[in-house]
Design a protein. Structure first.
Length: 241
């Protein structure tokens, strides 16, 4: 919880809001940088992503009302204090996804352009989220380990690892901004961000394993796998296979 005078806001909520705003700004930046024949579509795609982010944030923040509507009349003040969890986040992504699918089809915006812009925004959002919602990992003897209350015990700075991995991917995507609209940014972002998050996970606090790996590691592998499969399919299509 972060307090400022009489005002207070949950760190997690602040991180989500800041990450969403950063993603919106990054998408608009990449849309302007893309330019060329995709200029009008890039601007429209950026606007749609902005709207989708706002919709997802609202649904995530107040989504608990869908599962416990009694809170509206029993504890109305809780509407401002409570934030969504994993269940609400899933609903938020589903609603935002449906909105995007409908609007993208109506405006005939190329899906590859949309995915390229979204990839850059997502990577920048990861940096901001990790910087605000700070996390420490397993104990370590490495010199860059961070101490908490006892200076003799050091822990992996997981948030720093995450920010460094995302910053590398963001720089890579920005250097390839001229390829926006080809799907290359989305594919590269998925592969390198997935591998980066997988590497970071080995320094994080261990979570319950599912088939030898944690859920975070499976998500990272899935992200990298999506990029690899997409790259393979694109390469095969280009060669007429």
């Amino acid at each position: 919880m972060i307090s400022w005078g009489p005002f207070a806001i949950q760190t997690g909520l602040l991180a989500v809001i800041a990450a969403a705003l950063t993603a919106i700004a990054a998408v608009h930046l990449m849309a302007r940088a893309a330019g060329g024949s995709n200029d009008s579509h890039a601007k429209e795609a950026a606007e749609l992503l902005q709207n989708a982010a706002f919709i997802a944030l609202i649904v995530w923040k107040f989504g608990h009302v869908l599962f416990a509507p009694a809170v509206v009349w029993e504890r109305p003040s809780a509407l401002l204090l409570l934030s969504g969890g994993t269940r609400e986040a899933f609903v938020a992504m589903l609603v935002a996804g449906v909105y995007l699918v409908v609007r993208l089809r109506r405006r005939a915006i190329p899906i590859r352009l949309f995915l390229d812009l979204a990839a850059f925004g997502a990577v920048l959002a990861v940096i901001v989220y990790a910087a605000i919602d700070w996390n420490y990992g397993k104990p370590t003897s490495l010199p860059w380990g961070i101490s908490l209350s006892d200076p003799e015990f050091r822990y992996h700075p997981v948030s720093v690892y995450t920010m460094l991995a995302a910053a590398f991917v963001a720089l890579l995507l920005w250097m390839r901004r001229g390829q926006a609209g080809t799907g290359e940014l989305y594919r590269a972002g998925s592969i390198y961000m997935g591998l980066g998050l997988l590497a970071v996970s080995f320094g994080a606090v261990p979570k319950p394993a599912v088939l030898l790996l944690s859920s975070d590691q499976w998500w990272a592998i899935a992200l990298a796998g999506i990029g690899i499969v997409s790259s393979t399919l694109s390469h095969n299509k280009a060669e007429g296979r």
